[in-house]
Ligand binder design. Structure first.
Ligand code: PLP
Length: 451
């Protein structure tokens, strides 16, 4: 047996179905088995150390060994390991978390419906919007507009919102009432010679046109991430959201903001909503809500929407939606402690302090011959890999350049994630300069090796 081919390696191939992995290639490639974590680092089963430049999947914002979260989980497991919120039951960590979360959330979002993942939170948003419009007596107002290259999850509804062809292909998605509009990336979709303001005007005009063509009376909501993550870390152009929000208001369309990645400090403010001046009617959070130590998510609602749900109960009786593990007490206790850590250690302030250094290192990569563009805000960024810098031409997928760079970077003890045609970076929010140096050091070496 070679060093890589451990017993765990073989058992994984035999039994584990891997998300977002080539299931055919996996039978020969096998897994990288990550066995433990420490601060901003993880270690594989052979003891090799990696700096986690992606916080796992954009989520482990406090790193991988936060004792306060372990203690919070242990305390709750010893007190009440499970209870639920169905049929008017409740429990202390669920109540305290709802209070703490709505206290830090953008103004007006005073109510929260918990679930366990980002997909479920977005799924619930779709379902509640349909329910809401039925209750308001406008059953025709049901369409939801999402954006190409947006990412909102993989369940039937949230996977439909996701604007990526491979998430739909052969899965019979998207659902018919989900529409997709332009991705706000000037680098990728700007016309030759088109300025960024002209691009922004054009794509927001397209949004308005789409609404008019469909009929505003049929369009219920628009969903967007403040900064798209898994679709390629798209930082919105100046003025984009201002114009989008004006259009939504004009046609009485709800705005769902997906803060699953951007929530809790990632962009240098508590929420992307603050960074970009967004006023959501609904907002979804997950990932950083618990620093990823427990699976938990939330759909936050305004008073107006919540009032309509209450009216629904006057009509129908019990609100017939809920998940067994919604606000699971251990997850809720961990999330509550996570929010306390963000506050006690001023994590958002820390992000603002290190972000300029992170973005400076990022900018330094822009001159590299294989780099078409760098983009980022706070502690989230992308390095666009290009085969032809001037023509902004990506490598052919068959060239396998993205995977090559990702693997090479790992050889240097750095974990990044290649998505679309870019290398994504999303390090833990507790990262210090030395971690940022290591992250960019490994990536730069891999890029040089790829020349
Ligand atoms: N929304 C956004 C913005 C995400 O990035 C993700 C996952 O990466 C999701 C939703 C889905 O979350 P989950 O994987 O927890 O279902």
């Amino acid at each position: 047996m070679t060093k890589t081919e451990s017993t765990a390696w073989h058992q994984d191939i035999a039994h584990v179905v891997h998300p977002y992995s080539n299931l055919d290639a996996h039978s020969t490639l096998g897994p990288t088995v990550i066995a433990r974590g420490d601060g901003c680092y993880v270690y594989d089963e052979h003891g090799k150390r990696y700096i986690e430049g992606m916080s796992g999947l954009w989520c482990a914002s406090l790193g991988f060994s936060e004792k306060r979260l372990v203690d919070a989980a242990t305390r709750q497991l010893n007190t009440l390991p499970y209870y639920h919120l169905f049929s008017h039951r409740s429990h202390p960590p669920g109540i305290a978390l709802a209070q703490a979360l709505t206290a830090v959330a953008p103004e007006g979002l005073n109510h929260v419906l918990f679930s366990s993942s980002g997909s479920e939170a977005n799924d619930a948003a779709v379902k509640l919007i349909w329910y809401y419009n039925n209750l308001l007596g406008r059953p025709q107002k049901k369409k939801i507009i999402s954006r190409l290259h947006g990412y909102h999850g993989v369940t039937v509804a949230s996977g439909s919102l996701t604007g990526l062809a491979h998430v739909h292909r052969d899965f019979d998605l998207p659902l018919p009432r989900v529409l997709h509009t332009d991705c706000p990336s000037h680098y990728h979709f700007g016309l030759p010679g088109e300025s960024e303001p002209a691009f922004t005007q054009r794509i927001t005009d397209n949004l308005e046109q789409l609404i008019l063509e469909e009929g505003p009376e049929t369009v219920a909501a628009f969903i967007a991430e403040p900064v798209s993550g898994a679709g390629g870390v798209i930082v919105p152009p100046a003025g984009y959201f201002e114009r989008v929000q004006a259009i939504l208001k004009k046609y009485d369309i709800l705005f769902i903001v997906d803060e699953v990645i951007t929530g809790f400090g990632r962009t240098g403010r508590m929420f992307g909503c603050e960074t970009y001046g967004l006023q959501p009617d609904m907002m979804t959070v997950a990932k950083g809500l618990s620093g990823a130590y427990q699976p938990i998510s939330g759909l936050l609602l305004t008073d107006a929407i919540h009032d309509t749900l209450r009216a629904g109960s006057r009509k129908h009786g019990a609100f017939a939606h809920g998940l067994t593990y919604a606000a699971h007490p251990v997850a809720a206790a961990v999330a509550l402690e996570t929010l306390h850590i963000y506050r006690d250690r001023d994590i958002v302030g820390h992000v603002r302090e290190v972000a300029p250094y992170f973005l400076e290192k990022l900018d330094a990569l822009a001159e590299h011959p294989l780099v078409g563009q760098v983009r980022g805000v706070g502690l989230i960024a992308a390095v666009e890999i290009t085969a032809d810098k001037a023509a902004r031409k990506p490598f052919e997928p068959t060239a396998g350049m993205g995977a090559w760079i990702q693997n090479r970077t790992m050889e240097y003890g750095v974990i990044v994630r290649t998505i679309a045609h870019c290398v994504a970076l999303c390090p833990p929010l507790i990262s210090e300069r030395q971690h940022i140096d290591e992250l960019f050091g490994g990536l730069s070496r891999a890029l040089d090796d790829a020349l």
